[in-house]
Ligand binder design. Structure first.
Ligand SMILES: Cc1ncc(COP(=O)(O)O)c(C=O)c1O
Length: 366
């Protein structure tokens, strides 16, 4: 059987998933997971309890996410929009996938604009759905791109997608840049995966009430410490919400995830303390990294820090391998994301004690 003759040809344009690092960490719990921007804090107890309680009702289907009004109303209040503006997904990546599908009318022709660098998972999925991707480089200061985005827009452009704060750099694009993109009338998708850890007032979620071409993505995987439960959501014009809901499979969000999301919204004050702890540890980490000779940490608004090690006499790969020997799994950006050959690695911010140990290890290494 020649699968190449019968399958969607685009499946051969994308690679297999490479998530062996996650399996390695599950198999060896001694390794500290500083590679995938998860939280090293467990979810708060009220949320753990809600997940356990859901087990008792697991014989029933959860509400389909088009209904689930209680959770959607809480999310809407949290994001300053209306419940009709909220669609739920099995992680935010699922909702992104649905967006990639419903906006695709002409595979191989329809265009989308991404930033460089940005979250690496966007490209393979978009390629699979047939998007022609144009890239706009982040400016020297790592936060601006509107000029290049506006230049790249054509009549084939369907949307611009960017993470804000940016993964992997941690920078936040100024509001004015987003506004200029929105004024083009094209769909602008702002992925706010790390918004809980950024400065207060950074989100553009309430602009949904003003711009019908704005889509905001959110996740429970980062600040809310729930990567394994898979809950994300989209904020958008109610008509887009309705059509995204039409395109997904039924019951895409499981009962435990819905209950966890509600409990998290019911205990926001407690979570805000967790967000604060993460942000404080991040700021401490940037400070300490900058004291290491030849290290240039990039100021971050997210739960990770990108470090440029060009001046240190070590390559990023050497730093990453050394830290793995010390049971810290950090992420190499050698030859990735348009960064220089082997100069950058990214640390997902962890627990304060672990970060102190990591700094001591790095100092000794350098
Ligand atoms: C910018 C960005 N968006 C989305 C995700 C994925 O989020 P989720 O776990 O909700 O699918 C990540 C995860 O690292 C991310 O960095």
């Amino acid at each position: 059987m020649n699968l190449k003759e019968i399958l969607n040809p685009r499946i051969f344009e994308i690679p297999d998933y490479d998530q062996a690092h996650v399996t390695k960490c599950w198999q060896d719990p001694v390794i500290r997971r500083q590679m995938s921007n998860e939280s090293n804090y467990a979810p708060i107890e009220a949320v753990q309890k809600a997940i356990c309680e859901a087990a008792k009702d697991a014989n029933y289907y959860a509400e389909d996410p088009s209904y689930a009004l209680s959770l959607r109303e809480k999310l809407a209040a949290y994001a300053s929009v209306k419940a009709e503006n909220v669609a739920l997904g099995n992680g935010s990546i699922e909702v992104l996938d649905l967006i990639f599908q419903i906006f695709m009318a002409d595979p191989g022709v329809d265009e989308a604009i991404l930033l460089q660098p940005d979250y690496s998972a966007y490209v393979p999925r978009m390629t699979y759905f047939g998007w022609k991707i144009k890239f706009a480089n982040l400016s020297e200061g790592l936060d601006k791109a509107a000029d290049q985005v506006l230049e790249s827009i054509s009549d084939k452009t369907k949307f611009v997608l960017l993470s804000r704060p940016n993964n992997p750099m941690g920078s936040v694009m100024p509001e004015e840049e987003i506004r200029r993109m929105l004024e083009t009338g094209k769909i602008i998708i702002v992925d706010e995966a790390y918004i809980e850890i950024s400065d207060e007032g950074t989100s553009v979620s309430d602009w949904i009430n003003k711009y019908e071409n704005l889509i905001v993505l959110r996740t429970f995987s980062k600040g809310f410490c729930l990567a394994g439960i898979r809950l994300g959501y989209m904020l958008a014009d109610s008509e887009i919400v309705r059509l995204v809901n039409r395109s997904r499979h039924i019951f895409n969000v499981n009962l435990a995830a819905m209950r966890a999301g509600e409990a998290a919204m019911d205990h926001l004050a407690e979570y805000r303390k967790v967000f604060k702890k993460m942000a404080n540890t991040r700021d401490w980490l940037v400070d300490e990294l900058s004291k290491i000779k030849g290290f240039m940490p990039i100021p971050s608004q997210a739960n990770f820090v990108m470090v440029d090690v060009k001046g240190s006499g070590k390559t990023a790969t050497e730093c990453v391998n050394f830290l793995l020997e010390k049971n810290f799994f950090v992420r190499s950006f050698a030859k990735k994301a348009g960064l220089e050959p082997d100069t950058h690695f990214r640390i997902s911010v962890g627990l304060p004690n672990d970060m102190e140990e990591l700094i001591e290890d790095l100092k000794a290494f350098i």
